[in-house]
Every structure is written in structure tokens, then in C-alpha cells.
Design a binder for this molecule. Sequence first.
Ligand SMILES: *[C@@H]1O[C@H](CO)[C@@H](O)[C@H](O)[C@H]1NC(C)=O
Ligand SMILES: *[C@@H]1O[C@H](CO)[C@@H](O)[C@H](O)[C@H]1NC(C)=O
Length: 282
Amino acid sequence: MNGVTYFVLLVAALSALEVVQSKPMGNVIDLDKYFEEVDSNSQERVVGGYDVPEDEYVPYQVSMQFRTRSGQLRHFCGGSLIAPNRVLTAAHCVNGQNASRISVVSGIRDLNDSTGYRSQVQSYEMNANYQELVTSDIAILKIDPPFELDEKRVSTIDVSGSDLVGADQEVLLTGWGSVFHFGTGPFAKYPTVLQKLSYKTLSNSKCKETMTQLTDTEICALERFGKGACNGDSGGPLVMKSGESYKQVGVVSYGTAFCASNSPDVYTRVSMFDSWIKERMA
Ligand SMILES: *[C@@H]1O[C@H](CO)[C@@H](O)[C@H](O)[C@H]1NC(C)=O
Ligand SMILES: *[C@@H]1O[C@H](CO)[C@@H](O)[C@H](O)[C@H]1NC(C)=O
């Protein structure tokens, strides 16, 4: 797995942590350490995408925020609203984390916008087959209070169905991840406005040529050099047009450490988890 990493935060912030909420698997990201080390004003961030236009919202997109020891609320992963009180994200975003320190914000395009709506994570469930950088990187959060859906700023995204999405399909990625190729570190650029990027899916066999550990529970997307997912995008939604609306086909999972460097981005394939998700909606 050389060079392969999650799009959450610094790889250096990965460490074994003892706080247990739901049984952690593999490495746990130490968010306290991460946010204490980064420049206190930097926030995380899609490479090569563009700002979601002013006055436009991606109503199913949420920001997952961690409450630091000093009480700041910091974006660290993306997620999608699949019911008024349920958020879909990546397992690695919550693995080993204390749910009471995580909240989600909906109804914003700018992380600085204080008119968004916040809801507290009550609990989360990671897929039991989750294996770090290998398979089933998906989790569901229960939040309270439920969000009020207004269809403009806040709405749910359809995740139902088990149809297999093939290669060369137009997909849309959104996230507050880094806009610069070199991810975190001195070169990272951290805007606060939600970024979006249209690109295309790749067949699993083609993807496997580069991402050798790929499994059927995943789907890949690739654009040319300089476009793709990056740090802070983890857990966020990859969607596809379905009639007049959109359907979520992927959850941002992992890619190479140098974001958008011509290797595919790997997403959890939502259609493989259709019944798992349905069972957790009630
Ligand atoms: C989780 O965080 C809350 C609030 O900060 C704290 O009171 C609680 O002790 C933490 N739980 C664990 C298991 O660390
Ligand atoms: C967001 O807030 C930060 C910290 O207050 C500030 O540095 C930054 O310029 C703001 N960004 C925008 C787009 O307003």
C-alpha cells in the first residue's frame, strides 16, 4: 500500500489512540494532535475543482466537525445527509473517535457561514467488514436534532439501489478538501468555500492496475493530473445524475498521498451496501 492514503488529514497524525466509542479497527486518527499541530487557522480542503457558485448549495453535503480541546469546531471530513437524522460517511472518519466531540453542519457552502444548521452526533456505526485501505470504508451517523429539510439548503440524497455503476460515467465530487496538489503542509491552500469537480468513473479492472488492493466494494474515478479528491474530502459524496436529480454512488475513501497526481481516487461503492444502509435508516 505504498503511497496510498486516506483523504482525511495528515498521515503523520495517525496514531493508536485508546478512546473507544465503537471498537476501533486499525489506525485511529488523533484529531486532537492534528489540530494542535496545524496552523490554528488552517482548515482542510477537491483539487482542480471550482467554487460552488454564490447562492448555490449542495444541499445533501455536510461538514463533519471536531471539537478541539480549546473548544474550536474544525472541519475534518465530509458526509452526506441520507435521512433527516442520518449521515453517511467513511468509516475511517469516525474509527475510534468520541462521538460526543463530533457534530455535523448542513446548509452552508462556506465553512465560515454561521447561518448553517448544526446537529450533534449521538452514535455511529462502521461497517463490520471495514478494513483500512482495503474494503467497506463506510459508516452511518445518528444525529440529533434531525435537520429540517428545505430543499434549497438542506435535503437528502438518494442512496438506494444496487445497480452497478460502470466505467465512463459522469460523476460529481464535492468537498472542502485541499485545493492544492500537495495536500497538507506548507503548500496547501485552504479556502472555506465548498469545491466541486466533475469527472468520470473508471472500470475496476483499469483502476486495479494502479490501485492494486482494490476490491468490489469500491469504485474509482480519474481525471487528468491536477484534478481529484484531497485531504479533508474523506467521507464526502460522489454523485451521479439520475433523471432530474442525483444519486450518491460513492463515499470518498482514499487515494495517493500527492492528491490529483494522475492516479485514481478510490470511493466506497454505495450500491454494494444497499441493504446495510436500509437496515440502519429506521
Ligand atoms: C468523550 O468526550 C466527552 C466530551 O468531551 C467526555 O466527557 C467523555 O469523557 C469522552 N469519552 C471518552 C470515552 O473519552
Ligand atoms: C474565514 O474565516 C477565517 C478565520 O476567521 C478567515 O481567515 C478567512 O479569511 C475567512 N474566509 C472567508 C472566505 O471569508
